[in-house]
Design a protein around this ligand. Structure first.
Ligand SMILES: Cc1cc2nc3c(=O)[nH]c(=O)nc-3n(C[C@H](O)[C@H](O)[C@H](O)COP(=O)(O)OP(=O)(O)OC[C@H]3O[C@@H](n4cnc5c(N)ncnc54)[C@H](O)[C@@H]3O)c2cc1C
Length: 357
C-alpha cells in the first residue's frame, strides 16, 4: 500500500460476513488489525470490523517505541514498512534547554533503528497481514451494540452494515475501538492506570529535512520535535499544556504552532531550508490511561485492548506484553519512543510517573 494513495482503495470492504466467529475485534487499526492477525495465525476464526475506510489517516505523529518496532519485526511486518520507503532513524537526540543528549539505537535482532510509518501505511499493512493470515477484515462496518446471552455474558455484536442491522455471534469480543471505546463502555471496563498529566499537541508535515533525524526539544511547559516519516516528510510537532491549548490554540492552530516553534531556536534553525506541506492537526490533550481486561460483573467475554492515548506526554507507555517480549530495553523510558513534554517541570523526572488507581 502506498501511503499517498490512502483511502483510495478499500480492498476489505465486502458484504460477506459469516454468522459466527470465534472472536470479533471491534476496530481494525494498530491494535485491532494486529490482534486479528495474531489470532488468525493461531487458527482462530476472527472478524475485525472498522467503521472507517481502509488505509485512512488518524491522529498520530507516528513514533513507535523500540519495543513496538521489535514486535513488527517479529511479526514479519517490518519489511513491508521498509519496502514502502519508511525511513529508519538510528539515533534520537533530546535537547533539554542547552543540554543535548544523543541516544544511539543499536542494531539488534533484525531491527536497525526506529521506524515511524504514517498510519495510512501502518494500519493498512497490519490489515493486509491479518487478511493474509485468514482473518475477515471489513471496513465501513460499525458495531452498534454488544449482544448478551440469557446470563448476561457477551455473545456477539450487532453490526451496522450499510444501514442494515446484522447480528454476528462470537465466543469473545475484543474492543480495539479507540479512546471513546463503545466496547469498554458497554462492559464497564475499569481504568487501572492513569497518567497524572496530559498535554496538547499541534503538528504538521515538512519536507526537506534529513530522513534520519529524530530530535526532541524540551523546555518547562512546552516541547517540540521532528519525527521522520513516509513520502520524504517529517512530522514536526509542538506540545503545550491542555490549558494553553484551550485558551490559545483552539481555533488558532497555525499561529500557535509557529509561535511555539519560534521559541526553540535550534528547531527554527533545523527548519530553515524545509518546506511545510499540508495542514495543521491539533489535539487538546487528555490524561492517558490503561484499562483492565476484566469486566465489573466478571461475566463478560468482551475485553478492551490496552489503551494508550497521546496526551500522556510524560513518556512512552509500553504495554507489559510488549515489554516482556522485547529483546532489549530502551536506554531510558523515553529515549527511543514517543515522548512529549509534561505541561510543566522536569521532563526526565516525569517520564516514568505512572500512578495506580
Ligand atoms: C495528536 C496525536 C499524536 C499521537 N502520536 C502518537 C505517536 O507518535 N506514537 C504513538 O504510538 N501514538 C500516538 N498517538 C496515539 C495513537 O494515535 C493511538 O494510541 C492509537 O491510534 C491507538 O490505536 P488503536 O488501534 O488502539 O485505536 P484507533 O487508532 O483509535 O482505532 C480505533 C478504530 O476503531 C474504530 N471504531 C471505533 N468505534 C467503532 C465501532 N463502534 N464500530 C466499528 N469501528 C469502530 C475507529 O473507526 C478506529 O478506526 C497520537 C495521538 C494523537 C491524538
Amino acid at each position: 500500500m502506498n501511503p499517498t494513495n490512502a483511502g483510495t482503495t478499500t480492498p476489505t470492504v465486502t458484504r460477506h460476513i459469516d454468522p459466527a466467529y470465534d472472536v470479533v475485534v471491534v476496530g481494525a487499526r494498530a491494535a485491532g488489525a494486529a490482534t486479528a492477525m495474531l489470532l488468525a495465525r493461531r487458527g482462530v476464526r476472527v472478524l475485525a470490523v472498522d467503521r472507517s475506510a481502509y488505509g485512512t489517516d488518524t491522529l498520530s505523529t507516528h513514533s513507535i517505541s523500540i519495543a513496538g518496532v521489535y514486535l513488527l519485526e517479529r511479526w514479519g511486518v517490518l519489511d513491508a514498512l521498509r519496502d514502502a520507503g519508511t525511513p529508519v532513524s538510528r539515533a534520537v537526540i533530546f535537547n533539554y534547554g542547552d543540554e543535548r543528549v544523543r541516544i544511539d539505537i543499536p542494531a539488534r535482532g533484525g531491527v536497525d533503528g526506529l521506524y515511524n510509518p504514517r498510519r495510512t501505511l501502518l494500519d493498512a499493512t497490519l490489515v493486509d497481514h491479518a487478511v493474509d493470515a485468514g482473518a475477515h477484515v471489513r471496513h465501513g462496518v460499525s458495531v452498534a451494540a454488544l449482544t448478551r446471552d440469557a446470563d448476561g455474558r457477551v455473545d456477539g455484536v450487532e453490526l451496522d452494515v450499510a444501514g442494515e442491522r446484522r447480528r454476528v455471534a462470537a465466543r469473545f469480543v475484543v474492543g480495539a475501538d479507540g479512546v471513546r471505546s463503545k466496547v469498554a463502555a458497554q462492559v464497564g471496563a475499569r481504568t487501572t492506570y492513569e497518567e497524572p498529566t496530559g498535554a496538547g499537541d499541534i503538528y504538521s508535515y515538512w519536507t526537506g529535512l534529513p530522513s534520519d533525524l529524530m530530535e526532541n526539544f524540551y523546555e518547562p511547559g512546552r516541547a517540540a520535535g521532528i519525527i521522520p516519516t513516509n513520502d520524504g516528510a517529517a512530522a514536526v510537532w509542538v506540545g503545550l499544556s491542555p490549558e494553553t491549548f484551550r485558551e490559545v490554540a483552539r481555533g488558532n492552530l497555525a499561529p500557535t504552532y509557529h509561535a511555539l516553534i519560534g521559541t526553540f531556536p535550534q528547531l527554527v534553525d533545523r527548519l530553515r531550508d524545509a518546506t511545510r506541506v499540508g495542514g495543521y492537526r491539533g489535539f487538546p490533550g487528555t490524561p492517558g490511561y490503561l484499562r483492565g481486561p476484566t469486566a465489573q460483573d466478571g461475566r463478560s467475554s468482551a475485553t478492551p485492548a490496552t489503551s494508550r492515548i497521546p496526551s500522556a506526554r510524560t513518556g512512552s507507555p509500553t504495554p507489559s506484553s510488549a515489554r516482556r517480549s522485547s529483546p532489549t530495553r530502551s536506554p531510558t523510558p523515553s529515549s527511543a519512543g514517543w515522548t512529549r513534554s509534561p505541561p510543566s517541570g522536569d521532563t526526565r523526572r516525569h517520564a516514568t510517573s505512572w500512578r495506580r488507581r
